[in-house]
Design a binder for this molecule. Structure first.
Ligand code: NAP
Length: 478
């Protein structure tokens, strides 16, 4: 039984919900206490009470607790990664990469505790010393999705805590265990009571309580546009600070001058690894006419070689969809693709042979001949479905890439430096890659999208401090 964590206590009573393995739905990965609105209120009250003490704790001392939590996670690295594969479905190597990233994020922000850079500038006036201090904002609500169940809680928790805020975390119901492990590590590292609070349970039931909780000053949310828009409207009524990271429909442009084999590899990697369930996954490959047919054939050949199965098994490339509803969404879009642009070039079915019958497996699916008029070229699917589109040349490819409301990630495959820079300056996305997959980011630089994908300051890297802190400006005559 995995309890909620409120005011330094594990609360293990109340209704529960099951966290099941999407590769084998007979396996219960964990039973979690289903938090209530009253739990959210208690968590926010505990966070408010803890704020004066935590915000007055020197930054380096806050950092020491983050370092300790990172060491604790490191010691149980293998087990935490296995938990993630079992609850989310991504392959074990992918889960290990993510847990490593969460640990690195904690260490990176632990170091920020010794810097927390303010500003010191010369005054126009004689004998006036002027500077700006960075200060925390108060109690922050963190709402996280299931697709990066460890990295996303880590990249919100670590900067929030290092800046001196106290938090209430609400993890995704489909994969709460990875976030729970991080909170457990913080508890074991000696985080003072009330500084971190964890309440699992239905977002639909807890969201209203969180956004209206007394003392709450900010919300950081990663998830769907629908919930993000709703939260934004609610939070604005109270003038809460809010940061939203949401959906995408990310393009990879493939030009005729690209290193062909690596372009194929990058597109297949970005479209299908993690079952396409990355917000930065490539869902549109926009390919220059001159190499279009050859590229489609090569992607199909490569995709057919992907091994689908339980991510705990060695040699598996792609795991299941996270749950039944996500799988049904994917299958619905595949059907829409069939209606609008014909049979997929490969894939297109649910996989139910042998032990795959126990999980939510869908074939990696490639549609060729997709145009901007087709639904699968416009709407986020969040699954292993790639739409390949034809462009007459670079300008046409740029136009297609930008002609959507989303702006999360965008990629180009080219050996032409001028084209690469044209792309960098003109692509309408917050995260760009050149000759790499569109997905796969590090924690040392800002992360986040533009247009309808995001709202508010960026996450990760030094930029993360902007959301989780404020300035106090001082003019001193001596
Ligand atoms: P989601 O349904 O919006 O859920 C995200 C979180 O919000 C979960 O914890 C969910 O709780 C909670 N929630 C649901 N209803 C709520 C409400 N009324 N008030 C407050 N919270 C509520 O999204 P998801 O299906 O987990 O994640 C997939 C989406 O996330 C995709 O659109 C993907 O692109 C996006 N994403 C974006 C980024 C990025 O950085 N831009 C990164 C990862 C994922 P429950 O789980 O209990 O419903």
């Amino acid at each position: 039984m995995f309890g909620n964590y409120i005011n330094g206590e594990w609360i293990s009573t109340g209704a529960t919900f099951e966290n099941r393995n999407p590769a084998n739905t007979g396996e219960v990965v964990g039973t979690f206490v289903k938090g209530t609105a009253a739990d959210i209120d208690a968590a926010a009250a505990a966070a408010s009470a803890a704020f004066p003490g935590w915000s007055a704790t020197p930054g380096p001392a806050r950092g020491n607790i983050l370092y300790k939590a990172a060491d604790i996670l490191d010691k149980s690295f293998e087990a935490v990664a296995a938990d993630m594969t079992r609850e989310e479905g991504k392959t074990l190597p992918e889960a290990k990469g993510e847990v490593r990233r969460a640990i690195n994020i904690f260490r990176y922000f632990a170091g920020e505790g010794s810097r927390l850079p303010g500003m010191l500038v010369p005054s126009e006036r004689d004998r006036v010393h002027m500077f700006a201090l960075r200060k925390p904002i108060g109690v922050v609500g963190l709402i996280t999705p299931w697709n990066f169940p460890s990295a996303i809680p880590a990249w919100k928790l670590a900067p929030a805590l290092i800046c001196g805020n106290t938090v209430v975390v609400k993890p995704a119901s489909a994969a709460p265990l990875s976030a729970w492990r991080i909170v457990e590590a913080l508890h074991q590292a000696g985080i003072p009571k009330g500084v971190v609070n964890f309440v699992a349970g239905s977002g639909g039931e807890l969201g209203g309580a969180l956004v209206n909780a007394a003392g709450l000053k900010a919300i950081s949310f990663t998830g769907s546009c629908e919930i993000g828009d709703w939260l934004h409207a609610e939070a604005s009524k109270r003038r809460l600070r809010i940061q939203l990271e949401m959906g995408g429909k990310n393009p990879t442009i493939v030009l005729a001058d690209a290193d062909f084999n690596s372009a194929v590899e990058n597109v297949v990697n970005a479209a299908f690894f993690s079952t396409g369930q990355k917000c930065t996954a490539t869902s549109r490959a926009i390919v220059e006419d001159a190499i279009y047919d050859k590229f489609v054939a090569a992607v199909v050949e490569r995709t057919r070689k992907l091994k689908v199965g339980d991510g705990m098994r060695p040699g598996i490339d792609m795991g299941p969809c996270v749950d039944q509803s996500q799988m049904e969404t994917v299958l619905r879009y595949i059907e829409m693709g069939r209606q609008e642009c014909g049979e997929p070039a490969c894939g297109g079915r649910r996989l139910t042979e042998g032990e795959l019958a126990n999980g939510y497996f869908v074939e990696p699916t490639v549609f060729a001949g997709v145009t901007e008029a087709h639904t699968i070229a416009r709407e986020e699917i969040f699954g292993p479905v790639l739409a390949i589109m034809r462009a007459s040349g670079f300008e046409d490819a740029m136009r297609i890439a930008n002609a959507i409301p989303f702006g999360l990630s965008s990629s180009i495959q080219t050996t032409n430096l001028s084209r690469a820079f044209d792309f960098i300056y003109r692509a309408e996305a917050g995260l760009l890659t050149v000759n790499l997959p569109s997905a796969g980011v590090e924690y040392q630089l800002p992360f986040g999208g533009t247009k309808d994908s995001s709202f508010g300051p960026k996450e990760q890297g030094p930029a993360a401090l902007e959301f989780y802190s404020d300035y106090k400006t001082v003019y001193l005559k001596y």
